[in-house]
Design a protein around this ligand. Structure first.
Ligand SMILES: NC(=O)c1ccc[n+]([C@@H]2O[C@H](COP(=O)([O-])OP(=O)(O)OC[C@H]3O[C@@H](n4cnc5c(N)ncnc54)[C@H](O)[C@@H]3O)[C@@H](O)[C@H]2O)c1
Ligand SMILES: O=P([O-])([O-])O[C@@H]1[C@@H](O)[C@H](O)[C@@H](O)[C@H](O)[C@@H]1O
Length: 531
């Protein structure tokens, strides 16, 4: 029986060119500059508890450099399941590598990436029919096929061997990728045993010696060398290494940038490898993103990122069980249904699960997985009294024989109309690394875009915006929230976990960069009579 003809999806989805025809949008050889009027509603409450809502417009100007340049992505934990999987996936896409399976010939794609495999409604045609375009066509964004990969791992395995160890890809794909992947060798990394499970010690044969200051200096040199050797215009560093235990926040140690730098110079025991990587990245002007749940971004890191105007983002890729939760909880609460108990259990058999089998590392994950319903619950004071929240239980077990194929079971018990109860059970099997890897791309793509955007604004209708100075976005990139379980946001900003709101924020901010109003779902052109 001949193999089924290849159902190739192109390794690179054809892109469309978008030009906004508006007096508020100016295109130059290298920039898109827009005048944007941001609508907000300011609400006040009087003594009698009456609300007054006042619509306001805030004038912004955005300027986006459309020249992307040559970009590098350095992964911490490069030899892990996610690191080896994303590297192999990009090589397969870039080289159009197909592979045979028992279900026919498969072609590479970027499914699971919002930027690369989802669309946005650009607008409507003359008949009011919606027009959808690829998300990453809204504004120039780096494409993973053009990215230079590098990184570090405490394990010395080259990426071909790491791919074999990960057991994520089917054999026929591994076979074709192996030699290319074997060319990639992770740089030696920082290993402080106290921060990850003791069971990870058996793979730690590629570690830096020396003091924490010497480690910091070495990682900084690695970033500089990688940038120079590959003739890069910018480098982004992303942590996809093991989950660490939480660091204690200690005044005088990691509460400010200066104290943190001093603590590193003194090799303070409470400074984690991931925090050293974050500091090194910031000092080299490279955005740093934390794909794991630990509190890498201690106050000293945030302070340093602000001082250096260098982007940071985190925490913890939002991939399967938690992503579904951020949809279901929003659906239930916004439907006026009251979740009483959310019980999330999963087991998995990869090295992540092995590391998480240790209590301190599990605790980091439990924290990031538990906070995801807080915004929705706190927003509905009809269902929940102040401080009231659903029982929320997280269980993670290590079962080696299932490997990367995580099994997640969730139960949502909710109070419904007239004292009724509703139970929703979800069973979700997923190849953990195939869910997480596309998110690494989205985090990287959006962070890179933000490095090319500056803005200025004026609240006061009399002030001239031209008199305001241009500035980059806040260094803590909350626009990355959609991809993260426990979004770190600028001081004073709300944490949003509801997936639809997170996606709308990303979409509408990028629409603002090209001078388009936010998308809404009013469809007035279909419900209000035409004149
Ligand atoms: N679905 C997912 O896979 C998913 C979802 C959310 C979060 N995460 C998080 O992403 C991270 C990676 O997941 P994974 O499945 O690839 O795990 P993994 O264990 O396969 O890979 C982690 C890699 O990091 C390396 N490492 C550990 N400490 C290091 C250090 N200090 N410097 C450099 N390398 C170091 C390990 O040797 C290993 O190769 C974990 O923290 C995990 O919790 C994964
Ligand atoms: O994203 P999600 O599926 O809710 O959470 C997952 C956990 O359930 C899993 O145990 C862990 O190994 C992964 O790193 C990931 O964090």
């Amino acid at each position: 029986m001949p193999f089924a003809q290849l159902n190739t999806s192109p390794a690179r989805v054809p892109s469309v060119s978008i030009k906004v025809d508006s007096p508020n949008v100016a295109y130059s050889e290298s920039n898109i500059t827009t005048d944007y009027y941001y609508d907000k509603t300011v609400v006040s409450v009087d003594q009698e508890g009456s609300y007054t809502a006042v619509p306001k417009k805030v004038h912004y100007q955005f300027s986006t450099d459309t020249k992307i340049g040559k970009v590098g992505l350095m992964l911490v934990g490069w030899g892990g399941n996610n690191g080896s999987t994303i590297t192999g996936s990009v090589l397969a896409n870039k080289h159009g590598i197909t592979w045979n399976t028992r279900r026919g010939v498969k072609a590479p794609n970027y499914f699971g990436s919002v930027m690369l495999a989802s669309t946005v409604k650009l607008g409507v045609d003359e008949n009011d029919k919606a027009i959808f375009v690829p998300f990453n066509n809204l504004i120039p964004m780096v494409h993973p096929n053009d990215v230079v990969f590098g990184g570090w791992d405490i394990s010395s395995l080259a990426l071909g061997d790491a791919m074999t160890r990960a057991e994520v890809f089917p054999y026929d794909l591994q076979r074709q990728l192996f030699d290319m992947m074997q060319e990639y060798k992770p740089l030696p990394s920082i290993y402080y045993p106290d921060f990850i499970a003791a069971n990870q010690g058996e793979r730690a044969d590629n570690v830096l010696a020396g003091s924490k200051q010497e480690n910091l200096d070495q990682i900084r040199a690695d970033i500089r060398n990688f940038k120079a050797q590959n003739n890069l215009d910018k480098v982004i560093v992303l942590w996809t290494a093991n989950t660490e235990r939480y660091s204690d926040i200690i005044p005088g140690v990691n509460d400010t940038a200066d104290n943190l730098l001093k603590a590193i110079s003194e090799s303070h025991s409470e400074v984690s490898p991931s925090t050293v990587f974050a500091v090194a990245s910031i000092l080299e002007g490279s955005p740093f993103i934390n794909g794991s749940p630990q509190n890498t971004l201690v106050p000293g890191v945030i302070d340093l990122s602000v001082k250096h105007s260098c982007f940071i983002g985190g925490d913890d890729f939002k991939t399967g069980q938690t992503k579904i939760k951020s949809v279901l909880a929003e659906f239930l609460v916004n439907a006026g249904i009251k979740p009483l108990a959310i019980t999330s259990y999963n087991h998995l058999g990869n090295n992540d699960g092995y590391n998480l089998s240790a209590p301190a590392q599990f605790r980091s994950k439990e924290i990031s997985k538990s906070s995801v319903v807080d915004d929705m619950v706190n927003a509905n004071h009809i269902l929940y009294k102040k401080g009231e929240h659903p029982d929320h239980t997280i269980v993670i077990k290590y079962v080696p024989s299932v490997g990367d194929s995580k099994r997640a079971l969730d139960e949502y018990v909710s109070e419904i109309f007239m004292g009724g109860l509703n139970t929703i059970s979800v069973y979700n099997t997923c190849e953990d690394s195939l869910l997480a890897s596309p998110l690494i791309l989205d985090l990287f793509i959006v962070a890179e875009l933000m490095t090319r955007v500056k803005f200025r604004s004026t609240n006061d209708s009399d002030a001239k915006i031209e008199e305001q100075s241009w500035a980059p976005f806040q260094s803590v990139l909350s626009i990355l929230s959609y991809m993260l379980k426990a979004p770190v946001v600028p001081e004073g900003a709300p944490v949003i976990n509801a997936l639809s709101q997170q996606r709308a924020a990303m979409e509408n901010i990028m629409r603002a960069f090209i001078g388009l109003p936010p998308n809404n779902d009013m469809l007035l052109e279909h419900s209000a009579p035409h004149h």
